[in-house]
Structure formats: structure tokens, C-alpha cells
Design a protein around this ligand. Sequence first.
Ligand SMILES: [Fe+2]
Length: 329
Amino acid sequence: MWPINGASKAKRIKWGAVQNQISWVYMKMLREGNKTLKVYDVNPYVEVYRFYDNLYGLFNQNLDGAGDVWMWLVIGPKKAMVIDTACGLGDLKGLVDEITENMPLVVVNTHGHSDHARGNSQFGTVYCYETLLPKLKEQDEHIWDKYFDEKGNPLWLEFDRNDIPPFKKYEIVGVPDGYVFNLGGDYDVELIFTGGHTNEHVMFLDKKGRFLFAGDNVCSDVTGCGNGGGKYANLSTFSKALTKLVERINEYDYIFPGHFMVNLENHLMFSLLETVNAVINDPNCYDYKITHISGGGGPGRVRMHKFIRGFSTIAYTESGVYVPDEPTI
Ligand SMILES: [Fe+2]
């Protein structure tokens, strides 16, 4: 992909898989032309966009070759919520404190992948879905090693390793499906279990702002399902969650995913559900098959892709369609 003239201090060395052209143009126009863009001295790696009065998108480059990442900052009446912590590059806590003028924070993760949870350690406490807790507990000071060669040079993104705040142990609190975080007054945000992209994946429904923070289960590049194994990282589990989210469509207007295009209209969920169910009914109904280059440099995976009407594709593997050990339809 040709470089985007972004405002972050870090510069791209190389990408993994080629990215979706339409998403790329969207990101180019946003990053080179959005009038709300601001970069704060406290963290020169993060591009801050103000999408709504109380909703900021904190755009972070991915430290590996996969797609760049959104963190979300929701300002409630009494507390602010940070949704995902990206790769942990630069002073994220200091940045959030400056934007919010030191409001108390509720920090949450949509899932545990390295591009969404490596900044957790900068915050004292992080909330997650209960089954993600043991995985987050495995984090240590080596979580950034894979981004460097044996001489200590960055492999994918040019940045100064000293700008990653040192890892420190932090409190992790697991909460159940349906748990509601109150940001003051009647400002509630609900954790909704979805599975799909990972075994422990959740979304966050901001009931007051009417936003759905979808993590990696909605993506204008590739919506990848069934990563990382486990009972719930599959399309059948995701279909059940999507069915409930479609039933609740009147509770949110816009969708904010963890990568690429954001501020998507809620009716996208109908097309997504339609596509997921088509694959469940016939896993061979895909449009094309492709071997993906791993963003982390590992061996490629063969995935089937099916177009989501008017959007991107859903990508899945043979083992990522049905719930393991449950009868299929
Ligand atoms: Fe991701």
C-alpha cells in the first residue's frame, strides 16, 4: 500500500497482507484531511479524532504488519471509558488524562489480541469478559519482543522502543455477559458477549450515545472469524450474537469497529448476519479462497472469503464455522 501522510511520529516499514482498497482510500482521506485531527505532545504516536462531542477515536499504528488500530474514548458525565489499549506505544494514560482533564477511567478490552490489549499495563485496572482474564494475566515485559529483530531493530514500524512505557502488573477484573458500566447519571455501557473473531470477544453497547463498539467482529478490510481456537471462535456463535444485536437494532445508530472504517450505520448488521448465516447453511458458498500472509510474520493461513453485501468480506476457516462437538445443521 502506498504511504498515507499521517501525523504520527512512527513511520511504516512494511505491511503484511495487502489491505482493502476502499478502506485504504477512506483512511487516506480521514488521516490527511479530517479537521478534528489533533496530536498531543504527550503522545506523538496517536492521532486523535473527535467523531462526536463525547466520542474520540485514538488512532494507533499497529506495531506489526496488520491493520492499524482504533482505541475509543467515551466521555460520560462522571467517568470516561477507554475501549481497547492498542499496542501500548507512547503514553496512552497521559494522553487520555489530558483529553478528559483527569476524569476517572473505566478501561475495557473487546478481546485480548496483541493489537488491542498491549497498552493495558499503563492503566491501573482493566475490565474484560470473564473468560479473557486468564489470558491477560499471561502478559509480561516480553509482549513487545516479537516486533524487533535480534539486533533490536523494529521489523514493521519505525519507532523508538524507549517510547513504550515499561510493563507493570495491573489489576484485571472479569465481568459477565450483560454487565453494565455506569459512567455517571443515566450513561450506561453494556458488555455483550459475541465470540466469533476470538473465543472471548465482546462488543460494548453505549446506550446513551447509541454507539456499538464492535472490536474485530466488524471490519471493512476483512472480518475474520475463528481466530485463536476455542469453543466460541466460530460463525455459529457469532450468528447467535448477531441475531440478538439485530433484535436490538433500535438501541444503536452507529458502529465503531477496531480497525479501518468507522461510524458505520446500524443496518450493516442485517447484511453481516445474512452473510454469516449463508456460510453456516453452506460452508462452500464462499466467493474466493486466499492464503493470508501473517501480520506477525508466521506461516500463512488459507481462509475462505464471502462478500458481505455493500461492505467487505467475512473470512473463515473450515474449523471456524460450527461450534466444536455440537451437531451441525
Ligand atoms: Fe485487531
